[in-house]
Design a binder for this molecule. Structure first.
Ligand SMILES: [Zn+2]
Length: 490
């Protein structure tokens, strides 16, 4: 009897212990966003990759090969916000790189209540305050009673700030005037010593054209490795977040175009830096102790010369011309000038004051706009975002408009150009553009690697909004508050 009791006590003790033992979590989550990386670049550049970077992620990790962005517009600020919140512009509020806020145009991370640290320029007036929901890093902090740390690094302000979250320990981005990494008073009042040291010891490289030269990739990863060490990320059992975003791929893509000769050394350098980062993580955090995901904020369309040389569909959509010509026709019809207030890429804002002042029927004006714009040869559909359900468009696109439309910040009219056509606000001939719903712009790579990630590939549909809930499910923490996505099963 005594022996049985002892045995039972032992069983009870073991089960109690297995319940109270530490929650299984990685020491570090590393999020890598490659700005403007099309999914097919994984394979277009495959022969060029070395063994330690992309090939290591593809060969040992898990690829979600059919990951789509589930909203429009497919641009940088929306993408970074969505990856780290699991929700879309309709809810997280980052309705574009630029959008209207309280009737005034703003950029996604502009915040005039804070100032620069390391810069006196406007690039210092930045914070995540326009983001309306919690992020992956925020949830990690909430779940660990603030012990998790979160740091964001990128050349672009929005690509460092939005991924790092509201509760971030730091976000660092590049200042074109001082040629160094800076932050804002939202985070701290002085640059940490390790950032000052990095800026000082890389003065020469940082003074080069980091936006269009492979050196920009090197500087981004250099800062990330410096942050890893100095901020002691992944040094204990509590998971930390290191959010890295590579901007050079986007700026250079806009300039030189998808699959141009100039992009090759940039992606080669990215692969080299990725391999180096993984090596450092193996050493500092330990193989199997960290979880990496790599994705993109959007893809990119092949340029007009590239496509036309192959007799394939391509052309331009000119937002400003469209705005002016539509306004002229509206004036002819309604007798009021400037009934469209402004455009931001593929979205157009009504001049609600002018409509009200003239006593016009707002719906009639919108119907006329949809009619006028929809008849342009380069436009497939113009859609009244407030009445999407009445538009005769495929359900998949309808849903992306609904998810991309923030009713206080977005323009009322969404334009979908003919496939292959793209908005030309930079005007350059060879450059890539993005923002549309099509495969080029919205099919993104999604690779998971490391802690509890098996080797494999999934071709079933997954979404950009699934990334954050997948990481949260793996960590046994609550998904961000506005999350719409689903955890991906490996
Ligand atoms: Zn871009």
């Amino acid at each position: 009897m005594k022996r049985i009791l002892l045995a039972m006590t032992a069983v009870l003790l073991t089960s109690a212990m297995s319940v109270s033992a530490q929650i299984q979590r990685p020491r570090l989550v590393v999020g890598i966003v490659v700005d403007q990386m099309r999914w097919d670049y994984l394979y277009q550049y495959y022969d060029m990759w070395g063994s330690g970077g992309f090939k290591r992620l593809l060969g040992e990790g898990y690829s979600c090969a059919n990951t789509m962005i589930d909203y429009v517009p497919t641009v940088t600020a929306c993408g970074h916000a969505t990856v780290y919140t699991g929700t879309t512009p309709a809810i997280h509020g980052i309705a574009g790189n630029d959008y209207m806020l309280n009737g005034q145009p703003t950029s996604s991370v502009k915040d005039t209540t804070v100032t620069g640290v390391g810069t006196t320029g406007k690039v210092g007036h930045r914070s995540p305050r326009n983001l309306l929901v919690t992020t992956l890093g925020d949830q990690m902090k909430l779940a660990t009673r603030d012990q998790a740390r979160a740091v964001g690094i990128s050349l672009k302000d929005r690509a460092a700030i939005l991924p790092a979250g509201h509760g971030a320990d730091g976000a660092y981005w590049y200042d074109n005037d001082t040629h160094q990494f800076v932050t804002s008073t939202y985070y701290r009042t002085e640059l940490p010593k390790w950032v000052k040291d990095f800026n000082k010891s890389h003065k020469k490289q940082l003074a080069r054209d980091v936006w269009k030269d492979p050196v920009g990739v090197t500087m981004t990863f250099g800062m990330a490795r410096a942050a890893l060490k100095a901020e002691k990320l992944g040094h204990d059992a509590v998971p930390d977040l290191l959010a890295i975003s590579v901007s050079t791929t986007d700026a250079a893509g806009h300039e030189f175009g998808a699959m141009s000769a100039e992009m090759t050394p940039i992606y080669a350098q990215l692969d080299t830096e990725l391999a180096e980062l993984l090596k450092v993580l193996d050493k500092e955090v330990g193989q199997g102790n960290y979880l990496v995901f790599l994705t993109a904020d959007h893809g990119g369309t092949y340029s007009e010369p590239h496509m036309q040389a192959r007799r394939m569909m391509s052309g331009r959509f000119y937002s400003n011309t469209t705005l002016e010509e539509t306004n002229a026709q509206l004036q002819h019809r309604f007798g009021v000038a400037d009934l469209l207030r402004t455009q931001m890429g593929y979205t157009f804002y009504l001049n609600n004051e002018a409509i009200a002042r003239a006593g016009l029927d707002r719906d009639a004006v919108k119907t006329a706009i949809v009619d006028i714009m929809g008849n342009r040869p380069e436009v497939m559909w113009a859609v009244d975002a407030e009445r999407v359900n009445e538009a005769s468009i495929p359900q998949e696109i309808r849903e992306r408009i609904i998810k991309g439309y923030h009713h206080k910040r977005s323009g009322e009219i969404f334009v979908m150009p003919v496939t292959g056509y793209y908005s030309s606000w930079s005007g350059d001939e060879r450059g890539t553009q993005h923002g549309s719903w099509n495969q080029s712009d919205s099919h993104i790579p999604l690779l998971f690697y490391g802690w509890h990630v098996p080797h494999g590939e999934k071709t079933a549909l997954t979404h950009m909004t699934d990334i954050a809930p997948t990481v949260c499910a793996m960590l046994h923490i609550q998904a961000p508050d506005g999350c719409l996505g689903q955890p991906i099963e490996f």
